[in-house]
Write a protein that binds this ligand. Structure first.
Ligand code: GTP
Ligand code: SPV
Ligand code: MN
Length: 603
């Protein structure tokens, strides 16, 4: 039975059903009884595997098709009337053609199936930030994931009222045919259509599709920002709190930084870190002239491999109940889950992510094909499970930002941390980001590519206009956050990570926050302000870059060095990207920063 009198919602649902021709329509009201019944049904059909109720209460494992394991950037389109509005780094399709193509694919595809109608909110219902979406889908997996990742159910329809507007999302699994897989965005119609996938970012339409691609377009039009950023709060020994947002590309450390546990001596002094969000931030200018940010999500869709009690205790704890695991290994001895990096011991009896028995004797760390879990395997965990979730998580007005941090996966060149000279230079630093590709998207990994603000796959319009929007926002912020860049991934000649990372990133965060307060100095270099090596706290640091090679202050000096020759090349390469790819819509302020960088490097 329809749960609303909103005619726009009713006609969207009706049109979707006419197209996909499901046998049945079920409105998701958000009640526990309804969700429990769906879980039971999914277990019966084999879509979910119930895990050990004692060890992992209310947790399930799901395996996708082997050809459907990550976002597919080359099949993700921005469909604007004018091609140039999608810009040079998005795939574009004419909206008319895109509607026809996907409707043809989806026609009749839900015959014999049920269509679920999911009313959901990105942001706390009732907050000025919040926006409502309706996703129709034929997948119970999608319903159950959306139940964790968003606020969902009847309350969202009530918030919409009689004639409120919403973002339309249509998802049909079809045959999971990769040749007919399309993730279409129609920002001019507030519409998303996804066909032939059943994996994460392609189908949980509230996440990347709405909260970044469509929302970035709305933000440009309405004067706010939707960013691929974590949000964290640091409590100081005197009780004061400061908030930071950080943009790193997919699988480059957002979830880990968002939930970091500071080294012991920081905890003893009274420092603490709280997580507000791990992937997406919606940001506005507050009445006080500062930037205020909320996390529009309600859960974490986190990378499993590498997550363990030492690297990310809080994330692991978050997955101990009410969690859906996707494409991890099943430990059949106790019906729990496993992935590479969870424990030192390998499970004796496990089924790999493809559903086949796993032979641990063949496991070779360097050969991904021998892994038991897919490199992009994930957990969908409720935010409320997180031991360090911020008391501001459900705040209606969000949290004020003291700093914005950009960062990528760079084996060389980019120092551990540096600070931009001012807002416009910070925007330049974000625009200049490049990072090695990861398993979060289909295609080759480890390839260095430009990824402005970690938003390359997520900007819903022209990248030049997006950078221009950042510059324009800067003019409206009386008290702008300071902007930094970090790189946790510097490698030595043998490919070892030089910086310990994870909890020890607190040492860098401390420097960043002191810079915001003006209580620590810095060295001005060609690229911005870099810490003096003695200003980064290395006490009680216990890290070996390689066996028998403990990290020293000299190593710190190495990863803080700005090599002008390398940066001259970096600037030249960036100029090529500006001129050759983004072209004429680059804001003049960024050209000026590039010229200054070139001049500084040649001094
Ligand atoms: P998405 O969910 O795809 O957006 O990824 P994310 O940015 O949240 O990345 P996440 O925190 O899940 O980390 C991805 C991978 O990077 C994992 O394998 C982590 O173990 C690894 N990682 C995270 N932080 C660090 C770090 O500080 N140092 C090193 N060496 N690796 C890290
Ligand atoms: C990312 O790839 O940045 C993710 C995972 O957070 S997905 O939801 O699949 O986009
Ligand atoms: Mn992400």
């Amino acid at each position: 039975m329809a749960l609303t009198g909103n005619k726009k919602v009713l006609s969207f649902v009706e049109e979707s059903a006419e197209l996909a021709q499901p046998d049945k329509i079920i409105w998701i009201d958000g009640s526990k009884a309804q969700i429990d019944a769906l879980k039971e049904q999914a277990v019966k059909s084999g879509e979910l595997i119930k895990l050990n109720e004692k060890l992992l209460p209310d947790c399930y494992l799901h395996r996708t098709k082997v050809n459907d394991v990550a976002r597919v950037e080359d099949r993700t389109f921005i469909c604007t009337k004018k091609r140039e509005d999608a810009g040079p780094i998005n795939y574009w399709m004419d909206p008319k053609q895109a509607y026809e193509l996907t409707r043809e694919i989806a026609r009749g595809s839900m015959k014999g199936k049920t269509m679920y109608v999911i009313p959901y909110s990105m942001g706390v219902v009732g907050s000025d930030f919040a926006k409502i979406g309706i996703e129709v889908t034929d997948s119970i997996y999608v319903v159950l994931n959306m139940n964790i990742m968003t606020r969902m159910g009847k309350k969202c329809l009530d918030a919409l009222g009689k004639d409120g507007d919403f973002i339309k999302g249509f998802h049909a699994s079809c045959d999971i045919d990769p040749e007919k897989r399309y993730i279409m965005h129609f920002p001019e119609d507030n519409t998303i259509i996804s066909v032939n996938s059943a994996y994460g970012g392609n189908v949980l339409l509230g996440k990347k599709c709405f909260a970044l691609r469509i929302a970035s377009w709305l933000g440009k039009t309405e004067g706010w920002m939707a960013e691929h950023m974590l949000i964290l709060g640091v409590t100081f020994p005197d009780g004061q709190k400061k908030y930071v947002a950080a943009a790193f590309p997919s699988a480059c450390g957002k979830t880990n930084l968002a939930m970091l546990i500071p080294p012991k001596h920081y905890l003893k002094k009274g420092y603490n870190v709280e997580c507000v969000g791990d992937d997406i931030a919606w940001i506005r200018v507050g009445e006080d002239g500062r930037l205020w940010a909320v996390n529009p999500e309600n859960g974490f869709f986190g990378v499993a491999p590498g997550t363990n009690a030492h690297s990310n205790f809080n994330a692991l704890e978050s997955t101990k109940k009410g969690t859906i695991f996707t494409n991890v290994a099943l430990n059949t001895d106790d019906m729990t889950v496993w992935w590479e990096g969870l424990t030192k011991e390998l499970p004796e009896h496990a089924i790999d992510w493809t559903g086949k028995p796993w032979d641990r004797t063949k496991f070779d760390k360097k050969d991904k094909s021998t892994c038991s879990a897919h490199p992009n395997s994930r957990f969908t965990a409720p935010a409320e499970n997180c031991p360090c979730i911020s008391p501001e998580f459900n705040s209606l007005k969000g949290v004020p930002l003291s700093a914005i941090i950009f960062g990528g996966r760079r084996a060389s060149t980019t120092p551990l941390v540096y600070q931009s000279r001012d807002w416009n230079h910070g925007v330049f630093v974000g625009s200049a980001m490049s990072s090695e590709t990861t398993a979060a998207a289909a295609g080759a990994t480890g390839v260095l590519r430009h990824d402005p603000m970690a938003m390359k796959p997520f900007i819903g319009y022209h990248v030049g206009d997006y950078l221009g929007h950042w510059i324009e926002m800067g003019k409206k912020i009386k008290n702008p956050p300071k902007i930094f860049n970090v790189n946790w991934f510097r490698q030595d000649e043998d490919g070892n990570f030089m910086w310990p990372g994870f909890g020890d990133n607190m040492r860098v965060l401390e420097w960043i926050l002191k810079r915001c307060d003006g209580t620590v100095g810095a060295e001005e270099t060609a690229i911005g302000f870099v810490p003096r090596a003695e200003d980064i706290d290395l006490s009680e640091l216990d890290y070996e870059i390689a066996d028998g090679r403990p990290f020293t202050r000299d190593d710190l000096k190495t990863i803080l060095t700005v090599d002008k020759e390398k940066w001259a090349k970096e600037a030249e390469e960036l100029e090529g990207y500006y001129k050759g790819t983004i072209k004429d819509r680059i804001p003049k302020e960024l050209w000026a920063c590039l010229e200054k960088l070139k001049a500084n490097c040649n001094k």
